[in-house]
Ligand binder design. Structure first.
Ligand SMILES: Nc1ncnc2c1ncn2[C@@H]1O[C@H](COP(=O)(O)OP(=O)(O)OP(=O)(O)O)[C@@H](O)[C@H]1O
Ligand SMILES: [Mg+2]
Length: 269
């Protein structure tokens, strides 16, 4: 049985719009027009233990929504999702103990306290035994180079420093699955390379399953044997990067961003 299985997942959002015009405020008090946005339109896929999968697609395609459904943050309108034998939004506590999540655009760390205090809080949240925690903490501090950062409040960290701490925070309880939503956003070239090699090594050494969303195709090329493409809430491609390139590249050795741009265009995204 696959470790992660989504079957026909649907998620819509209702957006309420106030009427426009001179009397809008008054009329808005009595009538609001509702519009439905379909973020996920029957998404199905399966991921096996230890896989490292890239999840790409243009802005607004449904990537973050998928990650939120798989993390138990959002409840879908329909379909099934089973991860480690559980439905995320139904058995949230047990589920989150076995996954780690990193949102590049949002911090999971407590903003005003030193990073090490956030780590201690997470130890208590996840009930990690002291010895196990210490071993894992020291290991992550070493591999992610956090030594000089632990006493600093999260809000004083640079983006690159914060991202290293976010990764440690997501992995302290040794989850078997890691979801990464744009982990390399805003990172410089050196930090990106370091983060990629950390993820690759973590996946190779501990066999942690990873699903990674990104707009950086070099991330996908460097890390993922498998890539899934989503557009308008539908899964449009699921396969290897070489096959994707062969299908959409106009010539040998074409820049990967051009290939992806052509693919999005052909898929009418
Ligand atoms: N909380 C929300 N309320 C209303 N609409 C939402 C909400 N979250 C997402 N959406 C809508 O759902 C669709 C999918 O959004 P989602 O954030 O999953 O896209 P994405 O693929 O992560 O895009 P990006 O690459 O820009 O991060 C978009 O049309 C978005 O506007
Ligand atoms: Mg997103």
């Amino acid at each position: 049985m696959p470790q992660i299985e989504l079957s026909k997942i649907r998620k819509t959002f209702k957006i309420y719009e106030r009427p426009e015009g001179k009397w809008a405020l008054l009329r808005g008090a009595f009538s609001r027009t509702a519009r439905t946005v379909t973020a996920l339109d029957g998404v199905s896929f399966a991921i096996g233990e230890g896989e490292l999968v890239g999840y790409i697609g243009p802005n607004g395609a449904g990537k973050s929504t998928t990650v939120k459904v798989m993390s138990g943050i959002l409840t879908p309108d329909g379909g099934a999702c089973v991860i480690n034998g559980r439905t995320p939004w139904k058995e949230r506590t047990a589920h989150v103990a076995e996954i780690g999540v990193v949102f590049g655009q949002r911090s999971q760390l407590w903003w005003d306290v030193p990073v090490s205090d956030s780590f201690l809080l997470l130890r208590d949240v996840y009930n990690v035994p002291r010895e196990t925690f210490k071993r894992r903490h020291d290991e992550l501090t070493e591999t992610l180079g956090l030594g000089g950062l632990l006493k600093t409040p999260a809000r004083q960290l640079s983006l690159g420093q914060r991202m290293r701490c976010e990764l440690a925070a997501a992995l302290l309880h040794s989850p078997r699955i890691l979801f990464l939503d744009e982990p390399t956003i805003g990172l410089d070239a050196v930090s990106k390379l370091a983060l990629r090699s950390f993820l690759k090594e973590e996946n190779r050494r501990s066999g942690v399953t990873m699903l990674l969303t990104t707009h950086d195709m070099d991330d996908v090329e460097a890390l993922c044997d498998r890539v899934m493409v989503i557009g308008h809430g539908k899964l449009l491609y699921d396969g290897g990067m070489p096959a994707l390139k062969a299908r959409y590249a106009a010539r040998e050795g074409e820049d990967i961003d051009e290939v992806i741009a052509r693919m999005y265009e052909e898929m009418a995204l």
